[in-house]
Design a protein around this ligand. Structure first.
Ligand SMILES: Nc1nc2c(ncn2[C@@H]2O[C@H](COP(=O)(O)OP(=O)(O)OP(=O)(O)O)[C@@H](O)[C@H]2O)c(=O)[nH]1
Ligand SMILES: [Mg+2]
Ligand SMILES: [Zn+2]
Length: 289
């Protein structure tokens, strides 16, 4: 039995990296039966006589979307144009990562396109105020990538974001040998064409970076309670609200609202919070009907 790292999964076939070799494997039936199937990023034990994954090591964390384990950090990628930047989606992704206790960094791509510098600065300021590091880059001119690339060193990272924002292009821009397929942005659809089909870990500077398929924000499962607790900037305040199930909307003695009134949490963030909270269902509802 040998230790390996799951690099990718497609149609039930796992690619596992054992030392410097990439081996195609299946999983032992009992793993599937016991709902312990390996995912990308898992450390596994491989039986090299049968090319079968026999066991999965304990995980540091596991995400549902994208399906990946043991992440050190998540880079949430948005383009400034084509597709347009969306606060709504950005806050949704950030809350989702916070729910899984994964460190987040925001990347804004396509800075070479015709966009207003003041608008970009405003976006960066709002996220900086919430202590979220934000990088503005161009995968075309490589502007800004010299500051970003060192962050991947020695870590397991993943790039997430809508189709067409430039996740695969970013990887090609930092290392052309990745040779990732780049898709087209469709003006008529208002999105990319889902070029990347599977999550894959790519070795980079003693770490790994996962390229992932763009997915719809509807795939991010968030309940009202998750938003109240894990929305950027809320986590450290939540416990000091008077009600322990405070949703920070109309409750009295709410710490979150105090910080908003003081201007310590940007208004635009709170507006997006209210919209996301309206869209979400309460966790308890799951058990009704
Ligand atoms: N001008 C400009 N175009 C970019 C930049 N980054 C990506 N693009 C273009 O945007 C399109 C989509 O890029 P991809 O890298 O395929 O996007 P993706 O996020 O990997 O998309 P999926 O794999 O579908 O999820 C391609 O036509 C790229 O050439 C950038 O910084 N500037
Ligand atoms: Mg891609
Ligand atoms: Zn509150």
């Amino acid at each position: 039995m040998r230790e390996g790292l799951v690099i990718s999964l497609r149609y039930g076939v796992y690619v596992v990296k054992v030392d410097d070799q990439y081996i195609s494997c299946s999983q032992r039936g009992t793993l599937k039966k016991e709902k312990r199937s390996p995912v990308v990023g898992d450390k596994v034990l491989v039986n090299l006589e049968e090319n079968v994954i026999e066991n999965v090591e304990e995980r540091k964390n596991i995400l549902k979307r994208p399906s990946i384990a043991n992440l050190d950090q998540m880079f949430i990628v948005f383009s400034l144009k084509e597709p347009e930047f969306s606060y709504h989606l950005a806050f949704k992704y950030l809350t989702y990562a916070n729910k899984y206790h994964i460190k987040t960094i925001l990347i804004l791509t396509k800075s070479d396109k015709d966009i207003s510098i003041s608008e970009t600065k405003e976006i960066v300021n709002i996220f900086n105020k919430l202590n979220i590091d934000t990088y503005v880059v161009s995968n075309k001119t490589k502007d800004g990538l010299d500051r970003l690339a060192p962050l991947f060193k020695g870590k397991i990272s993943c790039l997430v974001g809508q189709s067409g924002v430039g996740k695969s292009s970013l990887l090609n821009a930092i290392d052309s040998s990745f040779n990732r397929g780049e898709g087209e942005y469709s003006v008529s659809l208002g999105r990319g064409k889902h070029e990347t089909k599977e999550t894959i870990l790519l070795p980079y500077q003693n770490g790994y970076i996962a390229d992932t398929p763009g997915f719809s924000s509807l795939d991010l499962e968030l309940y009202k309670e998750d938003l109240a607790k894990y929305f950027p900037g809320f986590t450290s305040l939540y416990e000091d609200c008077y009600f322990n199930d405070c949703l920070h909307i109309s409750e009295k003695h709410c710490r979150v609202k105090e910080e908003i009134e003081k201007g310590n949490i940007p208004q635009i963030a709170y507006q997006e919070y209210l919209k996301l909270s309206m869209e979400a269902v309460p966790y308890i509802k799951r058990y009704e009907v």
